[in-house]
Design a protein around this ligand. Structure first.
Ligand code: SF4
Ligand code: SF4
Length: 350
């Protein structure tokens, strides 16, 4: 029986050691050859500073980029953040997240290609074809750099969800509308992952996010880095480490039903029980039985970004303030992800 190896290292951003982390997997040269164009697929959800723990930390990107360079590869950095996918939104996100400065210092490349292609989904459950961004398709190798964060809709956003960023811009909102139920959305995410599959996952768990992520939660120090070829094995390790029942996470539940869980996981470095974290807070959407829906608060500046992304036309700006029509709202929380002022609370509605 083949086994899935997941490596866990206890560290902070100054002491992380990518070479030691990857050694049990065969080292970086197993994944990167001379001259390979290697995409470092970051989590770049929103233009926010690294200290907010919303985006992959630049220290992780730097360490992995150095490893790729040492192996003779040519690293470049990319993601399709929430909201519009264009040069100016990318530039804003790169600048705020610290990646712009990092890439200039290291003389690397940032992706600004916003084109995409429809590609077949082999054995897709929900999608037969999917739009995949060309910055993904042109890579010889993909190293995904997810972050440990909570997620209002999917409970956690970990390795299994990171490739949703392969889908360009507002097409992501369209998929929210096409698959409004968590079960359907999770199946779609697994279809995307099976179409745009990274060669390697290296997870930023030094600082993560708890509470109402992926944008409005609280940064929390977890002090770990993980590496694996298998997204599900990695996410199961995170669940054990944080004391989360894996089946509360829709992607893991659907993967279990679809027979995708790895059967034999090995931890050659630390095991999740060596790095247990107590009291990790899940989003309120996972704890409450009632439906929670968005409600703009007094911080709303009427910028219209929520209206722009809402896949059901349920939120509109009138007289400088956003308002929600709950009969149309599907509770995808895209509006909360793009709100630059954190001006959207969650309230129980009947
Ligand atoms: S709720 Fe947020 S995104 Fe929507 S208009 Fe107000 S400030 Fe902008
Ligand atoms: S109002 Fe917000 S949560 Fe409701 S459908 Fe629109 S984007 Fe999704």
């Amino acid at each position: 029986m083949t086994c899935s190896v997941t490596c866990i290292q206890k560290c902070d951003y100054h002491t992380m050691d990518i070479e030691s982390l990857l050694a049990p997997l065969g080292g970086i040269k197993k994944y990167v050859g001379k001259g390979d164009k290697v995409l470092l697929k970051v989590n770049l959800l929103a233009p926010k500073e690294p200290s907010k723990a919303i985006t992959t930390h630049p220290a992780v990107v730097a360490a992995v980029a150095n490893a790729v360079l040492d192996a003779g590869g040519e690293p470049y950095v990319g993601d399709s953040p929430s909201g519009l996918f264009n040069r100016s939104s990318l530039k804003r996100a790169y600048r705020k997240s610290g990646l712009y400065d990092l890439v200039r210092r290291m003389d690397l490349e940032l992706n600004y290609d916003i084109s995409s292609k429809r590609v077949l989904v082999p054995c897709g459950k929900k999608l037969k074809k999917v739009s995949i961004s060309n910055y993904i398709l042109k890579a010889d190798k993909i190293i995904a750099l997810p972050k440990i964060k909570t997620h209002d809709l999917m409970v956690m956003t970990l390795a299994t969800k990171i490739m949703f960023g392969a889908v360009p811009g507002l097409t992501k909102a369209k998929y929210h509308s096409m698959f409004p139920r968590k079960r359907l959305f999770a199946d779609m995410l697994l279809d995307v992952l099976s179409t745009a599959t990274p060669d390697l996952f290296i997870m930023d768990g030094v600082w993560g996010m708890e509470g109402n992520g992926p944008r409005s939660g609280k940064p929390v120090k977890l002090g770990v880095m993980l590496a694996s070829e298998n997204a599900l094995a990695m996410d199961l390790a995170v669940c054990e480490m944080l004391g989360i029942e894996p089946l509360v996470i829709p992607t893991l539940k659907r993967a279990r039903i679809r027979g995708m869980w790895p059967k034999n996981i090995k931890y050659p470095l630390l095991s999740p029980s060596d790095v247990k974290i107590k009291g990790f807070e899940l989003p309120s959407t996972a704890r409450k039985k009632t439906k929670l829906r968005p409600r703009p608060n007094d911080r709303c500046i009427g910028c219209g970004k929520c209206e722009e992304i809402c896949p059901r036309g349920a939120i509109k700006v009138a007289e400088g303030k956003a308002e929600v029509t709950y009969s149309r709202c599907i509770g995808c929380y895209c509006c909360r992800e793009v709100c630059p002022e954190d001006a959207i609370d969650l309230v129980a509605v009947k």
